[in-house]
Design a binder for this molecule. Sequence first.
Ligand code: SF4
Ligand code: SF4
Length: 349
Amino acid sequence: MNDINAKKENFYAIKLKNNRIIWIDRGKILMPDRKIINSMKRRSQEIYHPDKDVFVPVPPFPLNMLVEVTNACNHACIFCANSKMTRKKRSIERKLLQSVLIQAYDLGTREIGFYATGEPLLYKDLDWAVNEAKRIGYKYIYLTTNGAFAEVEKIKTLVAVGLDSIKFSINGASRTCYKAVHGRDDFDKVLENLRQIKKYRDKEKVPLRIYSTFIITETNRHEVDVAKEVIGARCDELLFFSEGNQGGYMSQRNKPATITLPCSLLFNRFHVTCEGYYTMCCVDFQNYLAVADLNKVLVKDAWGSNLAVAMRKKHLASEVSGTLCENCVECKSNLVKPLLSHLATTCTF
Ligand code: SF4
Ligand code: SF4
């Protein structure tokens, strides 16, 4: 082993003989670093099906973090809870975001996605945020967008300051079907943006990965094969997913649960809401799983807080009744309670 990057007192990166890197913080081994994966499918596998040793009440601080830079969206997809969300629409404060970025990096996070329940290209400080994350040292910076505002010039700027990959969410393969799913007539615009970005990427040979996803619903199921041609040909990878119940917020669509306990999201990813809260789920539209206010609590303390640990223990014991996770895994619409009522916006499900 050799010390390759003594960053500050008590915080080291150590390279092993097999070239893997581990991070040591005050004598404690953090999540191993690893080569950035250039495959959306494999990345998704890593998040949703991690190694078993991560399933402990206080896991190492995650390699991966999602920041909800805004919860506003310009679309109204039929499978998404965004348009029925009653939480106030807002964007994250720069000062808080900067503080979270620095703290999480020092704890071992190296990948950051700037999105959660809204459309990140509506966030006016996105260039600044990507630049700041790269400056701090994040290795992989990505976002998911509906693509309506993903004009090539805007994406060029984001790539110049450090964006590594962009994922388009395109849930129709024709103008009519797209409008029926997204609630907006933006199909042509989105496809053109995707085409232009790929053309720019290929011509300039910039190291930008371009991905797309297609959520299958009854409305667009018949277009799956066409989507492979129309969308798949314009990006590096296109993945199909069946619609889910969105963390229990869309259980009325009554799709069978695909999530099993313990849910990996509580154990191997850190999620920050636009208010600056730590929530244990990336699709927590009403903050029912928010457990700490990062405006008042350090990131490290939020991750190891009593409430976070108690919720992980519930998952490890497969006993989540009365929480949002019960609605999610059992596809119910019960009137469950938030973990911290003052951080949540209560709803009727
Ligand atoms: S799926 Fe994405 S684009 Fe569609 S409403 Fe939800 S946040 Fe907006
Ligand atoms: S609601 Fe709970 S079980 Fe469902 S995805 Fe979110 S964290 Fe996982």
